[in-house]
Each structure stands twice: as structure tokens, then as C-alpha cells.
Write a protein that binds this ligand. Sequence first.
Ligand SMILES: [Zn+2]
Ligand SMILES: [Zn+2]
Length: 248
Amino acid sequence: MIGVSQGTLSELDQDKYKPSIDNVSFYLNNNTVYPLLKPFLTTKQNEQLLNDILNGSEGRTSLAGQLSGSGPKGLINEDLRYCPACLSEDCANFGECYLNRYHQLKHINICHKHNCSLISKCPECSFDLTSNSGQLYLKKPVCPLGHKIDPIPDSVVNIENQLQNDLMTDFIYLMENQGDTDANELSVKLLSCLGEKGYIHPSGLIHKTKLINDFFESYSEQRLASVIPEKRYFLERRTIKRLFKSEF
Ligand SMILES: [Zn+2]
Ligand SMILES: [Zn+2]
């Protein structure tokens, strides 16, 4: 081997090969759901998240882990998923298949491009198509037991799919057009909109209960059931108190 020492990297080498914050940001922006989280984080939280990824969380609960995991605050679905139609398209266009970041969002169960259901198991034998440990990913649209996975046309575009599709359109817009928006800026914009719509009393008090009731009436509780908790959760005292705090 030329110029590469065997064994573990020395501390000096580790520093030399350590990615910079800019490199980590670039990678996260282009390959993960980080751009969807970023506008909802304060500048301080964003710095903590990048630092956790770069240097480890030093025994604290990692903010990156909380947000990217499948726990209550996490955005990512527990099982990694594929769109059968995207699998075939990727294979035809690139010679192999990829995991799409937009398919891994919790509560979004359809591909926004093909409007069909996402799958984590083979439609024919129910064998897992991926392992969350990262050891199994599909390279071709074929399950590990050899069944070809064909695109399944979803003939029924139901009301739930429509809501998920609308949400994805908003998510993608947010991911691609956020600039340097952070949670404080977003909070100011939101409060300004609420003021214009009459949800803020001249004393500064926000009519939160009315806002929650109007929101659920506008979208219908039934439609929202697949993507957010029930209305009574938002009306709980402790949830209401947390609403509109820029740092969650
Ligand atoms: Zn698709
Ligand atoms: Zn199979």
C-alpha cells in the first residue's frame, strides 16, 4: 500500500480527515431531511445539531438523534421504504436503485411523484426490503428472495392521499426555498399572519384555542387523523403552552 498506514488513524490523521461544518451542512442539505427541520430550529439548536453530528453528543441526548429518529420528535419512519415505481425508474435511469429521502418521512405513506403507496416489504412474499441496521438495501427492483417488484398503479386517489400529497408539496417547497430562515424568523412570520387574521388580541394574547378549533374545522379532523395527533392533544394545557415557542 502506498501512503496509507494500516491500523487505526492517529489523532493527527483523524483531525486531518475530519469533515468541516460546511461539508456536513452540504451533505445534510442534499441527502437528508435536515432542510425540512432547519427552519424549525433556532440558530443555537441548529449549531448544536451540526456539532452533535461532527463531534458526538458527549453523553447528552443527541438532538440529531431525537429529530431524525422514530421517537415522538422524530421525523423519520421506523421502516425504510421504497416507491415501486421509483425503483423501476431509478434502475432504468441510473442502473441501480436508491433510497429516496422524501419516502422516509413519518406519516407520509405515498410517493408524491407517482401517488402510489410506499412499501417496506415485498408485495409477494412480505420479506423485508431493507434492514434499518444499514446492511440490506435494494440495488435492483427485486426482493431479497428474487421476486421482481413492479410499479403498482394506485387507481384510487383518496382524500388522505390528497392531504399527504399537499403536505409533500409544501415540504419540498420549504426544503428548496428556505434560505437562512430559522425558528425565530418563522415564529415572527407566523405571528404576523395570525395578527392579520384576527387571532391576536390587542393585549398580545393569542387566541390559541380558537385557532386550534378553526384549524381542525378547516381541514377536518378525519383528514388530519393520518398525519397529526387528535385535536384533544393540541387542546391539552401543556401542549397549548408550548405552541408558538420558537424553541421546542
Ligand atoms: Zn415514486
Ligand atoms: Zn419477495
